[in-house]
Structure formats: C-alpha cells, structure tokens
Design a protein. Structure first.
Length: 350
C-alpha cells in the first residue's frame, strides 16, 4: 500500500500552504524510501508556487534540496542500505538509455528528465517534492551525503551546490585563475566558497558592499560594488571566469568587458528579459557568453564529496513549517543569509 506522509501542500493556485498529507508510491525494485530531515528553499520553488514561470500543477509540494536517512530499500537496491545519509536534488528519473543519460548528463535526457516536483513521471503520476517527511526515489537519483556535512548545510547543495560547481569545473576555475561571482545570495555565496576551495582568486561583484565581510570569510579576496562607475573601468580585462548568479537584467556588454581573452561569463540565473550586447564584445577578444543548468547525478555526487573534503556547506537559517510563507517573502526581498532550510519534523497536519 502507498505510504502516507506529512507534507506542506499548496492545494490550488493562489492558496497558501497547508500542513497536510500526501501518498508516496510503493517501493519499486530499485527504489529507496528516505526519511527527510531537512528541505532547502530554492527561489525556483517560489517562482513555481507563485506561477511566475507559467501555470503550475496543483496540488503542489515544492522542494528539490532534500537531505535525510534511508528508511527502506527495494529488493534490487545495491548502492544504499537502511541508515545511510542521502540527498536528492532536482531530478528523480530519466530514461537511462539515451546518449545524454549514458554520459551522466541525465538533466538533458532526450525523453525528458522527471523533475522532483510538479513534473509528470513516466508512470503518468505528478511528482511531489521535499517539503515533506518522506520521499520515495530510484537509487539512480540518490546521492550519498558524507559524514562531514551536516544535513541542514548539505540540503541546499543539492541545487545551489551543483548549479555553481558544474560551471566552475567546466570553465576551469582553479589555481592561477581569476573568478568573479556576480551576486552574494543563495547561489552566489556557495559559488564563492566552491571557487575559493578550487584554488581560484575570487572577487565578488554586487550592488553594494554590505556583505563584504561575509564574502571574505567565505574565501573571496576582493569585493566591488557594481553601482560604482569606476568598477568596470578598474576591473576591465581581469577575469577568466565570471559566474553570474543573479536573475536581474544586467548591462552585459559592460560585464563582457571584464573578461580576459578567451574568458567566459556563465549565467545560472534566468532574467525576465534578454541580454543586449554588441557582437564585438565577444568576437574582439574571443570571449564566451554561456549558460549552465544543474548537473548530472555523478557530478552532483562529486560536488558533495568535494564540499565535504573542503569544508564547504551552505549558510542556512533553519525554520519551521509555520514560517515558510514568511520565508518566501523574505527570499524575494533578499532578507536571508543565505538559504532557508525547513526542519521537516515540524510539519504537523492539522
């Protein structure tokens, strides 16, 4: 019989969260059941819940930053056992057979990856996310959380961690490289930590210097305000990689001017409108304007192992289920340092 579990549910469009229950599927042969300890709040949860990216599927249970403990395993499971510390990120299924899946890039599955919540699975059932006390997931889409990472600090890494780690690896952040991180929010602060742990010289670019002390604590060497006209002139041609974590409209031509020859700006945020820049801004010095999604499961595991080795975790504020609606408003206002994480034990169906 399907298992009933407590969850934070948005029953319909425009309706607040309710502390209610949902049903998780019976374990398939390769499934594991996870007792969720903490679930991170990603800004994409808010966009989805508020239908800012288009119509959502209701009832909706958001959450793709999941950390917990294996409670039960299917008969064919080989990678995990009861009691293991595990995490689940943005995906819960893919075909496993296409070229992208075989290359470990399940996020680009040719049949279509199944997202952790609000998605239609291959069984035609809607997926429910991590704002709940348990979840059932194929072992293929489950990662091991090393002992060195506390659950609450690890949960946001399942999205924010891989979202920043993957492009930094791809574009060669490391010793001898100069990396700028645009924005010091939920994504940006993790990007700063990871880039610094890779050995790069890290600079933060943000609208103000209010978080300068935090930036240096997390490994940045410099912090500049983009509101100062002199910043773009002073930093012209300096960086090998610029990781843009904000979802704001930026004067992209100005930011391209901060790159060295062959340098790359990698965008992981989604602004509401298109960037504008002159073709000469990229052609003239062989610069690259790129984007990056999350990463495959193997890369997500590599990220967790890297973060454990280097002591990298998200900076979090742990909240109760009753505080989630307020937390959403604070995230939109930028009033969080730096990720909210839900203690799922506080979800109590009325």
């Amino acid at each position: 019989m399907p298992k009933t579990t407590a969850a934070l549910v948005i029953p319909a469009s425009g309706v607040p969260f309710e502390q209610s229950t949902i049903e998780r599927r019976d374990l398939r042969d390769d499934d594991i059941s996870i007792d969720i300890r903490y679930a991170g709040i990603c800004h994409s949860d808010i966009h989805t819940a508020r239908e800012e990216w288009g119509p959502a599927r209701f009832p909706l249970v958001p959450g793709h930053e999941i950390a917990g403990v294996v409670a039960e395993v299917g008969p064919s499971v080989t990678r995990f056992k009861v009691g293991d510390r595990v995490g689940v990120g943005c995906m819960v299924d893919s075909c496993g057979e296409c070229a992208m899946c075989k290359d470990g890039e399940e996020q680009f599955c040719e049949r279509g990856a199944v997202m952790t919540y609000g998605s239609i699975g291959y069984d035609d059932e809607v997926t429910y996310g991590g704002y709940s006390q348990s979840v059932v997931v194929s072992e293929r889409f489950t990662c091991r959380i090393p002992e060195e990472l506390e659950f609450e600090h690890a949960a946001p890494l399942l999205c924010a961690g891989i979202t920043t780690y993957a492009p930094l690896v791809r574009w060669g952040a490391g010793p001898g490289k100069k990396v700028a991180v645009v924005g010091m929010g939920g994504l940006g602060h993790v990007g700063v930590k990871i880039a610094a742990a890779m050995g790069a010289e890290v600079t933060v670019l943000s609208r103000s210097l209010a978080k300068s002390e935090d930036a240096r604590t997390y490994g940045a060497t410099h912090h500049y305000s983009t509101a100062e006209e002199s910043t773009f002139e002073e930093l012209a041609g300096r960086f090998d990689v610029i990781l843009n974590t904000v979802s704001a409209d930026l004067p992209m031509g100005d930011y391209l001017g901060l790159l060295r020859p062959f340098g790359a700006i990698v965008n992981v945020g989604l602004p509401p409108s298109s960037y504008e820049f002159a073709p000469g801004a990229v052609v003239g010095r062989s610069r690259v304007l790129a984007g990056s999604m999350i990463g495959g499961i193997a890369d997500t595991q590599a990220m967790l192992d890297f973060c454990a080795k280097h002591g990298v975790g998200a900076e979090v504020e742990v909240i109760t289920a009753d505080e989630v609606m307020t937390a959403y408003d604070k995230v939109v206002a930028g009033d969080v340092r730096y990720r909210y994480v839900i203690d799922t034990s506080t979800i109590q169906p009325k």
